[in-house]
Design a protein around this ligand. Sequence first.
Ligand code: HAM
Length: 436
Amino acid sequence: MGLNKKPYKGCRDFFPADMRVREFLFSQMRKTAELFAFEPYDGPLLEEVELYKAKSGEELINDQIYSFTDRGKREVAIRPEMTPTVARMVANVHKQESKPIRWYSIPNLMRYEKPQRGRVREHWQFNVDIFGAPDNLGEIEIFSLITTFLRSFGATKEMFSILVNDRYLVDGVFQDLLDLDQDSAYKLYKVIDKAKKVTPEKLDIMISEIITDQSKKEIFSNYLSLKSFNDALNFITQYNLSERCKVFKEFVEKINQLEIKDYIKYDPTIVRGLDYYTGIVFEIFDNHPDNNRAIAGGGAYANLLQIFNESPLQGVGFGLGDVTLRDFLETHKLLPDLTKPKHDLFLVFTDPKNELATLNLGGKLRDLGVKVETNLGTMKFNKIFKTAENKGHRLVGILEEKDGELNLQIKDLPKNEKSFYKLNQIQEIESKIKKG
Ligand code: HAM
């Protein structure tokens, strides 16, 4: 019996057509990050499991991590996310780096998940993080970058929303208003994180298992019904949470005066599943009814560097998956047609005696930076144009003899035009190809 030709469950082979889409997405990521002066970094595929046990949360460790013991008896894991790695790297250099540190990467990550729409076991994730920015400004910079990024594909404010919450507000509700102990608060965090994925009845049952007192249930239901930043601010005043939510209140004031405010909405159910977040947390949601899911998620994390015994350094950032991004772009018809490759010139000959001259001409043109595919072998005339089109060439060059001299005929396929050159007219040939 032959071996399985499929890749491992939940992982993808990237054939050239898939690779073109991936490279297009990555190049937009790089362009946007660099537009905001972020620097690229990368880390290893394997990390010690301890790095994730510290603050990534139970779900990741118990259900999703790929971990094993290496030959040196170390417990290691394939990176399921990049934030612990970037925090570890920043912990090495933050004292000498000028702040804020702006770094980005596009790592592949592995999580043991049930493959479904928007969820695979290996995905690539655009990670953008700022360390050491003053209160709120890092968050605002990150939101500007996200909107610039999605707009670079043609997305508009009707297509996506940045749903925002404040973990200090949630902590205030849990501790000051609901009097929950640490264990119950942790459980309620997980319940809210799932709020959008379960029915209201199921949600009610899950909440009742944690909050038994009726008046406290009402407070919590008031909290869950907050619909806007204004509602949230009124709630904060009504329940005396202003001291805890000082930074969030300033954030709302600033956002209200910025152009990106149209993209940003308050949502009490956004709390994020990862444990290290401290202040602002957010998810970018696709507003299309056919793809109503998170494209990206992130938040602020004030204490991650402390796991390395370093002084606290405020971090804020997000991760955006390649699969969810592609789903978003396809749903809104924002992905350009990349079904065919794009090359400049398919250089062919129909008479075997022109083989070497064709190879030489190909070489000369490549020296000038022209992308040339020389056909490896004599071609039948009736096959040339169909083959060139399938291979994504815009121009076809045919070497042929005319009046005892070798000539190059260039056919522009989209324009259906022909032009003729002598082989020593290399500059004319170059400019014909380059000017498109
Ligand atoms: P996360 O919410 O776990 O956050 O993942 C961020 C994004 O990565 C998700 O919104 C989704 O687009 C994509 N993603 C996650 N898991 C999968 C999967 N199994 N299949 C496909 N796509 C997936 C984090 O990972 C944080 N470390 C992000 C961050 C960076 N926070 C601060 N800086």
